[in-house]
Design a binder for this molecule. Sequence first.
Ligand SMILES: O=P(O)(O)OC[C@H]1O[C@](O)(CO)[C@@H](O)[C@@H]1O
Length: 476
Amino acid sequence: MRYEQLPWQEQMKLRVDFNHMMTEFVGQEEGFTREHIEALAGKIQAAHGSMVEKSNAGGMAWRQLPFNQATVVEEILQKAEEIRSWAEAFVVLGIGGSALGPLAVQTALNHLHYNELPGEKRGGPRFYVLDNVDPERVAALFDIIDPAQTVFNVISKSGSTAETMAQFMIVYDLLRQRIGADYAKHIIATTDAVKGNLIKLAQEEGFSAFIIPAGVGGRYSELSPVGLLPAAVCGIDIKELLAGAAYMERLCQQADVFRNPAYMLGVLQYLAMRRGKNISVMMPYAEGLKYFADWYAQLWAESLGKRTNNQGEEIFAGQTPVKALGTTDQHSQVQLYVEGPFDKVVTFLGVENYRQEVTIPRVCQDLPGIAFLGGHTLGELIKAEQFATEYALMKAQRLNFTITLPEINPFTVGQLIQLLEIQTAFVGELLDINAFDQPGVEEGKNATYALLGRPGYEAKKQELAARPEKKPEYLL
Ligand SMILES: O=P(O)(O)OC[C@H]1O[C@](O)(CO)[C@@H](O)[C@@H]1O
């Protein structure tokens, strides 16, 4: 059934307003018109065909996650219930897609001061994500948790990421010293079924493991056990999260290409890139969606930032993601967006109904400059500010569009994740690049291994030793 033939209740519960993308802004240099889209019809159809082909060949296994995890979801719920029965803290050790998704979903769907709530109100263990090896940050965490009352979820698709495995080794040693034989119940691995060191350790040491399915890369893994276990441990309804993602996936499967919201969002970004907009600002107008900007930054940068296309031609593709937050960054970045270079597109993530409301009291009524605020709610204020910022950008002919969630809940968050992942993959097809690898990070990893004396990296170590001394210009 075509998207528009779906009953209105089934039509997309996220609304996408192309504030200044598809509107017929004739005469406005920055507007796109339907003609721009239709001129790409052949390319859009080809990209769609390639998406279907790759999906059918199992290349986009992440698209099936909303449908094929019933068994593992039950296992996760059971494990979460056990952890919630005794653990005071749950710590994710991971980085990139192994950390940003859990952080984004936790922030969206739990109390914004979840860790500070009293235990009976929190209902589950305090939640921490350790996604760096800054010694001060790692040491600081151990100042506020008791390892004997903590579960550490080590998440690594490769099972070999230096940062995550270094954190693991610290925790592994500390737990064995502090707790002894039954330390294993304090560690849960989420990793590949066969690749890497982590699965081997789990099997040898007997700690629980959840598997990241083959074909699910880190930045596309939030709806796998990577995100589902931490969410379930913190009391988030993971079945609703998957239901929302399933809704969006079905919507994108049913809609024809020109009505597919993920595809259309992708086409507009593609058009913008071709017009030199090499910066993509993600600006949620909700504290709950703040870390979605961080999650999306990796998804967008690591998927699309590629030197060559599938033909081996050097194209240096990609768009620089910028994390912003409304209304906060109206007072730090919007000046640039309204008056600076015509080199960016702004995506607003709006919310129809905030889950809490606060009324501004009618005080200071003798000061007209602020008295007008009295009686309004903060929800009215933040939505007015969002609209005003969209308007200011549009007036300055700056490309922007808005994705609006009716409310932030597991269902809409699941939709948003699936929507943005499909959008990203589709732009990868339009650019004719591989959106699922990240060759550009290997050099840094290898240099790190060499500097730390990893066996087999001696040649790299010599190369590094021969490097020209880095002399900042001002020191010459
Ligand atoms: O889950 P892993 O294999 O530890 O990788 C962590 C992150 O590092 C990267 O591989 C980049 O180095 C990301 O793609 C990934 O999300």
